[in-house]
Design a protein around this ligand. Structure first.
Ligand code: ZN
Length: 150
């Protein structure tokens, strides 16, 4: 078994202590709530969409280091992108944390998000890492109900 400490790389810890874009967004026209009952991670994602372009995105809530860091880095990586690009990134991120991207060996546009590759060794943490993305997905669809990973 790989060491759990290796998963909590510096970058993940840094983002979980001082998450970027952690605030309510006054200009949000879409929002969604996400909940991971396995771990207790609970976030609201605020989205300012102009047409299909993500003008601004923030989040609030509480969760473990992985879920907080993932939410913060997600907001950084999709801001300024189109909703289609964000969905594509979600697909790549999901493959990364479930270990599928190593198998098919495809190049990705994940950039800094690649630090989450270690999550694939810890299946119970996959839901922590993807919660914010599922919540973003729901927000972009204009869904109001709380998304649960269960
Ligand atoms: Zn968690």
């Amino acid at each position: 078994m790989p060491d759990l400490r290796e998963l909590y790389q510096e970058v993940i810890l840094e983002h979980s202590k001082a998450p970027r874009n952690y605030r309510e967004l006054a200009t949000a026209n879409y929002r969604a709530e996400g909940y991971n009952p396995l771990c207790g991670d609970h976030f609201t994602v605020y989205l300012d969409l102009e047409g299909d372009s993500i003008r601004d995105i923030t989040f609030q809530g509480s969760g473990c280091a992985i879920s907080q860091a993932s939410a913060a880095m997600m907001t950084q990586s999709v801001k300024g992108k189109s909703t289609a690009e964000a969905e594509k990134l979600f697909g790549q991120f999901h493959k990364l944390v479930t270990g599928q991207s190593r198998e098919d060996g495809k190049q990705t546009d994940l950039g800094k998000l690649a630090v989450f590759s270690g999550v694939s060794e810890f299946p119970v943490r996959v839901k922590c890492a993807t919660l914010a993305w599922h919540t973003l997905h729901a927000a972009m669809q204009g869904k109001q109900e709380t998304v649960s990973t269960e």
